[in-house]
Write a protein that binds this ligand. Structure first.
Ligand code: SF4
Length: 503
C-alpha cells in the first residue's frame, strides 16, 4: 500500500506488460558488461611502460587529430555504502590532494614528452571519485596545467563530475573560468529513506541549489545521474524522484542499474539485502522512469541515457554519429583517449592502456619519472569487427550487416553486392545469429532488410544481445552467463557501475 502522500505509481503503458516483465527478467537476467569498450577491461593483461610509450609515439604522428582526455580524481570524504567506483575515501583533504595533483602534473609531462606536436583536444572530462574534493585553487591549478599541454578549440566539450554536497560557489567560479561546458551531478535518488539506506544524505534542496548555481554562471550543460535498484526504492519513490528530476530540467539524465556485489566491494555489506528491490521491480522502475523521461520530451540515448532533443548526444544520435568510449556515450569517440590518474584507462592507436589502481604506487612511479601503465590490451582484427557490431547495438540499436561486411572486407570486391555482403555477414556470424533465436521469438530483436534491429520492448535487453557477439565471454551468454565475480572484475573508470545486472 502506498503511504499517504505518496505519488501514484505511473501507468505501465509501455511495451512490456507485468506478466511479460516477470517472464523476460527470469529468462534474460544475467551479469554483463556495459560495453564502454570492446573487449572490456576484464580482458586486460599486464602491460608495461614500454608498450605505452610505443603507442603514444605511434599516435603522435597523427598531428592533426585531437585527443580525448580523461583525468581521474579518486578521492571522496566518505564512501557511500552502495558505491562501486574506484574511490579512495579520506577526510584528510589537505594531506592527500596536493601530492596527487603534483603526480598528475608529472604524468601530464611524461605523456606530453611522447606525443610531440599532437596537442589538440576533442573532449576533456574530470571524473572520480569526486573531482571537487580538490580545493578550488588546486582544481584551478589542474586545469591550468592541462591547458598548458593541450589546446582546446572553441566548441570542445569540457566536462566534470560534481558531488553537490562538497561543491562550493568557489568551485563553480573555477569551472566558469576554466571554460567548462558540461557538469554531471550525482543525485542517485532524492528519497530520504533510500538515501539513509545507502549512506548518502543529499537533500533535494542541495541538488536544486547547485543546479541553479551552475546555471547562474553561464551556459553549462547539466547532466543528472540516477540509480535504480537501490535498497528501499519502490516504483512510487522512483517515480517521485524522476518527477522532481524532470522539474530541474537537466539536459541529460543517466539512469544506471545498481550492481550489488558485496563480495567485491566491502562497503556494500552495509546494505541490507532484504531492502533490495526484486529483479522484476527493478525492471518496472527502469521502464517507468524511461516512460516518464520520454513523455517529458527526452530522447532515449542507447541503453541508459536520456537527453533533450537539442542536446549534442541527441543530435549525434539523429545524425548517426553517436559513439561510446570509457566515459560513456559521446560524440567525440574515434579519437584516441588519454587517461591520467589512478585506474584511468586510455585507448591509443588501437591499444587500451590502464594505469595502476594503487594510489601509493601511482605516486611512487610518477615521482620516479615513469609512466604508471600497468595493464592493457592490443585489439585484434576480430576484436575490431565485433567492437563495431557491439557499438552499433549499444548506440543505434541497429546493425547494418552489409555495411559491416563492407567496412571489414568480409567478402571479396569482385562483383560484390549488398546481398553478397549480407550473406558474408550471416556466414561469419552464423552461430551468433542462431543463438539469437529466443530473443527473436520474444520480440526483443528483428532481422529484416539486412539489419539486426532492437525493438522497443527489447531495449532493456540490448546488453544480452551485445553479449552474443562478445567472443571473450565464456559460453552462450543467454543460457550460461559467466560468473558475476568474473564479470565484475572489470576495472574501468567506474568498474562495477559499468558492469552490472543487465536488467
Ligand atoms: S557515490 Fe560518489 S560520492 Fe559516494 S563514494 Fe562513490 S564516488 Fe564518492
Amino acid at each position: 500500500m502506498p503511504a499517504p502522500g505518496d505519488p501514484a505509481p505511473p501507468t505501465t503503458a509501455h511495451a512490456l506488460a507485468n506478466d511479460d516483465v516477470r517472464r523476460l527478467v527470469g529468462k534474460y537476467r544475467t551479469q554483463g558488461p556495459r560495453y564502454t569498450s570492446y573487449p572490456t577491461a576484464l580482458q586486460f593483461l599486464g602491460m608495461d611502460e614500454g608498450a605505452a610509450i610505443a603507442r603514444l609515439e605511434t599516435a603522435a604522428a597523427r598531428e592533426d587529430e585531437p585527443w580525448s582526455v580523461y583525468v581521474h580524481v579518486p578521492f571522496c570524504e566518505k564512501r557511500c555504502s552502495f558505491c562501486a567506483c574506484a574511490v579512495v575515501a579520506s577526510p584528510e583533504r589537505d594531506r592527500v590532494s596536493a601530492p596527487y595533483v603534483e603526480a598528475l602534473v608529472r604524468e601530464l609531462d611524461l605523456v606530453a614528452a611522447r606525443i610531440g606536436r599532437r596537442r589538440g583536444l576533442a573532449q576533456l572530462h574530470l571524473g572520480g571519485g569526486t573531482p571537487t574534493y580538490l580545493e578550488p585553487d588546486l582544481l584551478a591549478r589542474l586545469y591550468t596545467e592541462i591547458d598548458r599541454r593541450f589546446e582546446s578549440a572553441p566548441g570542445v566539450e569540457r566536462s566534470i563530475e560534481l558531488d553537490p554536497r562538497v561543491t562550493t560557489p568557489w568551485h563553480l567560479d573555477v569551472l566558469g573560468e576554466a571554460g567548462i561546458t558540461r557538469v554531471s551531478l550525482g543525485v542517485q535518488d532524492l528519497d530520504e529513506h533510500v538515501q539513509a539506506l545507502i549512506g548518502r544524505h543529499q537533500s533535494a534542496e542541495c541538488t536544486r541549489m547547485l543546479v541553479e548555481g551552475v546555471r547562474e554562471r553561464g551556459s553549462f550543460g547539466v547532466n543528472l545521474d540516477l540509480v535504480y535498484g537501490l535498497p528501499g526504492q519502490t516504483l512510487a519513490t522512483m517515480s517521485a524522484t524522476v518527477r522532481d528530476v524532470i522539474g530541474l530540467a537537466p539536459d541529460r539524465v543517466a539512469l544506471y542499474g545498481y550492481a550489488h556485489v558485496p563480495w567485491m566491494r566491502g562497503n556494500q555489506k552495509e546494505i541490507d539485502e532484504q531492502e533490495l528491490p526484486s529483479a522484476e521491480a527493478r525492471l518496472e522502475m527502469f521502464l517507468a522512469a524511461r516512460e516518464a523521461f520520454l513523455a517529458a520530451g527526452y530522447v532515449a540515448i542507447g541503453l541508459d541515457h536520456f537527453a533533450l532533443p537539442t542536446d549534442d548526444l541527441a543530435v549525434a544520435l539523429h545524425d548517426g554519429r553517436l559513439m561510446r568510449n570509457f566515459m560513456g556515450y559521446t560524440v567525440a569517440a574515434g579519437t584516441d583517449l588519454l587517461g591520467f590518474g589512478v585506474t584511468a584507462i586510455g585507448d591509443v592507436a588501437d591499444v587500451m592502456l590502464q594505469n595502476t589502481a594503487k594510489l601509493s604506487r601511482y605516486l611512487d612511479v610518477t615521482a620516479r619519472g615513469r609512466l604508471p601503465t600497468e595493464k592493457g590490451l592490443h585489439r585484434t582484427a576480430d576484436d575490431r569487427l565485433r567492437g563495431r557490431i557491439i557499438t552499433d547495438l549499444m548506440c543505434r540499436h541497429s546493425v547494418d550487416t552489409a555495411a559491416v561486411a563492407r567496412d571489414f572486407a568480409l567478402v571479396g570486391t569482385d562483383g560484390e553486392t549488398d546481398d553478397d555482403r549480407r550473406a558474408a555477414f550471416d556466414l561469419r556470424f552464423a552461430e551468433e545469429l542462431a543463438r539469437m533465436a529466443p530473443m527473436l521469438e520474444d520480440g526483443l530483436v528483428e532481422l529484416a532488410g539486412g539489419r539486426i534491429r532492437v525493438t522497443d520492448r527489447g531495449a532493456p535487453f540490448v546488453r544480452n544481445l551485445a553479449m552474443l557477439f562478445d567472443a571473450h565471454l565464456q559460453g552462450p551468454a543467454l543460457e550460461a552467463p559467466s560468473t558475476p565475480s568474473e564479470q565484475l572484475l572489470s576495472i574501468s573508470k567506474r568498474p562495477l557501475r559499468r558492469h552490472s545486472s543487465t536488467v
